[in-house]
Unconditional design. Structure first.
Length: 124
């Protein structure tokens, strides 16, 4: 099966399939996550933080300086969160530049994928 048909089949299966739900107490470990219609209901907060000027920092400074800034920001943020009773379950980073493209040129296919999924979500 070609990739496009495989993806279309997977999207249709998710949007038309029945969901199972359960109450959860902890964020699941990555090994326990599936891609099917299984949901764990839990109370959680997702924090997304983007540092102002970070693109300019990466473009204008040496790589090790940018890494040091990011690392110290994450350390300080983590300590503040934990000091206020929070817990950190994952750090997710996404970075891309012209030298090292995502997945060897996956940017446009990923954009097309998002555009193809949107009608399913709107009609659901």
């Amino acid at each position: 099966m070609a990739l496009k048909e495989d993806l279309q089949e997977a999207v249709t299966k998710i949007f038309k399939g029945q969901w199972t739900q359960r109450d959860g107490e902890v964020v699941p470990e990555p090994k326990d996550l599936g891609l099917g219609n299984d949901a764990a209901n839990l109370e959680a907060t997702v924090l997304y933080a983007d540092m102002a000027g970070s693109t300019q920092l990466v473009d204008s400074q040496k790589a090790h300086l940018a890494a040091e800034v990011y690392k110290t920001y994450m350390i300080c943020a983590a300590r503040i969160i934990k000091n206020n009773g929070g817990a950190i379950t994952a750090y997710d980073f996404f970075a891309c530049n012209s030298k090292h493209s995502v997945g060897g040129g996956a940017q446009l296919p990923l954009l097309g994928c998002a555009c193809a999924i949107k009608p399913h979500a709107q009609n659901h």
